[in-house]
Design a protein around this ligand. Structure first.
Ligand SMILES: [Zn+2]
Length: 362
């Protein structure tokens, strides 16, 4: 089915979409750089995006393959991090958090590495796992509502391509704080700090008269184009869990859907949403490619923040703090769906995509 093109003056369809969000109980969101541009963080592909400014190579794994590229990578990414640290969440980030507060959000998946979702109050720690919408409420089936604090929400926002918050060891893969022990000054100067975990282990061994072990170097905890994400299995497990929740709306915002992993993620969720007679809404200034026909139902050609503003004007109940909470145990009728086996949502899988990421960086 062809995609319905919704322009800012298309009141009828904008109202239909707003009603869709009021009625929905399980919403999955997928976001990209377009939701962070209002925070002062440029995207990648627009006229003033990072690629047009000559930063394309910074995000390809080849930048780490030669000695001349590594200092540029470390200093360039650190400069971007300094800008990101000063940025605040946009109206769109806050809208996603309000969907969470209303119990409507199954999960937010973002390609951005700016971590503005965390500043909006969404948890991003993958170790929390998928959580459970009904775990603590099943024993009280007549209870209309459950306090959010009683639910095991798990990780609320999945950072598909990592984040600029921490550094990761290339040897032991543990992460550590970027802001301690002068690490940020080192990476800004193009240097690669040593891993404190590896160093501690090696020192303990030598103190015990044993052979010293290798000490890894730290790198930004982001996933570059053509790289395997060490967290890929965890992300795939959460996505499989969410497919089984049978979401009724998929909302995609501020992304051109160019990366391989995200294409798969969106197609998998769209199949489940359509099986429930739900809708897939795509909010982006650029038109989706023709091969998204039958996947996307509505293309809202609008800036994300402005659309969110319009949406909450049409349905004030969708404003933060005023949405009635959805029952925590409203996870559908228990019907199982055939979730796609081992979907690969990381960017390390071979593909013909021509660029790495839709990350919001500056
Ligand atoms: Zn290490």
């Amino acid at each position: 089915m062809a995609i319905t093109h919704v322009r800012p003056d298309d009141r009828l369809h904008l109202q239909s979409i707003a009603s869709l969000f009021v009625a929905a109980s399980k919403i999955v969101t997928v976001t990209g750089a377009g939701i962070s541009t209002k925070a002062g963080i440029p995207d990648f592909r627009s006229r003033n995006g990072l690629y047009s400014l000559g930063h394309r190579r910074l995000f390809h794994s080849s930048v780490l393959s030669g000695p001349e590229g590594r200092p540029l990578f470390y200093s360039g990414i650190t400069k971007m991090r300094k800008v990101v640290k000063l940025a605040s969440p946009t109206r769109t980030h806050r809208f996603i958090a309000s969907l969470r507060d209303a119990g409507k959000l199954v999960r937010d998946y973002t390609q951005n590495i700016d971590c503005l979702e965390e500043k909006a109050g969404l948890s991003t720690d993958l170790r929390k796992g998928p959580g459970s919408r009904s775990r603590l409420c099943r024993s009280r089936p007549r209870q209309v509502d459950c306090e959010p604090r009683l639910r095991d929400r798990g990780v609320e926002c999945v950072l598909l391509h990592g984040s600029l918050r921490r550094l990761r060891c290339s040897n032991c893969f543990s992460t550590c704080c970027w802001d301690e022990d002068g690490r940020e000054a080192k990476t800004l100067a193009g240097q690669e700090p040593p891993c404190p975990g590896c160093a501690e282990l090696s020192e303990a061994r030598t103190a015990a008269g044993k052979r010293a072990t290798a000490i890894g170097t730290l790198r930004p905890d982001i996933v570059l184009y053509d790289e395997h994400d060490p967290r890929a299995d965890s992300i795939s497990a959460i996505a499989r869990h969410d497919l089984l929740q049978r979401p009724d709306v998929l909302l995609i915002m501020g992304t051109s859907l160019a990366t391989h992993g995200v294409k798969h993620l969106v197609r998998d969720f769209a199949k489940i949403v359509h099986r429930r007679a739900g809708k897939v809404v795509f909010v982006n200034l650029a038109e989706p490619a023709r091969n998204w026909d039958g996947v996307i139902d509505y293309w809202v050609e609008w800036d994300c923040d402005t659309w969110v503003h319009d949406l909450t004007n049409r349905q004030p109940a969708l404003c933060s703090g005023s949405m009635p909470r959805v029952r925590a145990d409203s996870t559908g009728d228990g019907e199982h769906v055939n979730a796609m086996a081992s979907p690969g949502y990381d960017r390390g899988q071979g593909s013909s995509r021509d660029n790495p990421i839709d990350l919001a960086l500056s």
